[in-house]
Write a protein that binds this ligand. Structure first.
Ligand SMILES: [Zn+2]
Length: 161
């Protein structure tokens, strides 16, 4: 069992840290990484924390472990949007999209990683005339990232033509 901890260092009433626990050590499935990123981003947004507040088990004082056995700097960079967030995209459909703007890339990644924003895109698409099956597809977790992006764009285009 390994743990990654999200330290808040906040005063009374807020927890000192939030523990996000992943089963495994050194290597995690894509699904685990995606879920971890989603939860970490959620708490970062909710508590206004920078990626630097995300700590691996081994990074806490007094720990004699190499858990979680992965490079936490990469994890933090990914969370900060400093590197392409391939974990938000499934292995077979890594995005070829290029960005010259880091801000837009970050927004894109946030969009793909946000359940609420995905739902908004699909709902808008269905309202714009796309098949209602997409709501079901999304609910069952079968919608690919490309589908969602295009549904969101398509909704906008249909609404403005
Ligand atoms: Zn651990």
């Amino acid at each position: 069992m390994t743990q990654k901890r999200l330290r808040t260092g906040w005063a009374a009433r807020t927890p000192t840290f939030i523990n996000i626990c992943l089963v495994g050590n050194g290597s995690f499935t894509e699904e685990q990484e995606r879920t971890f990123d989603e939860r970490a981003r959620y708490w970062m947004q909710r508590l206004g924390l920078p990626a630097s507040a995300v700590k691996g088990h081994k990074e806490f004082p007094g720990q004699s472990t190499n858990c979680p056995g992965i490079d936490m700097n990469l994890v933090r960079a990914r969370l900060a949007g400093q590197v392409a967030d391939t974990s938000a995209l499934s292995k077979n459909e890594k995005s070829d999209l290029k960005f010259t703007s880091g801000t837009l890339r970050k927004e894109f990644e946030t969009f793909l990683g946000s359940k609420a924003q995905r739902e908004i895109a699909v709902k808008a698409a269905v309202e714009a005339g796309y098949s209602e099956k997409w709501i079901k597809v999304l609910g069952e977790g079968r919608a690919a990232d490309g589908d969602i992006v295009m549904l969101g764009l398509g909704a906008l285009i249909r609404a403005n033509k």
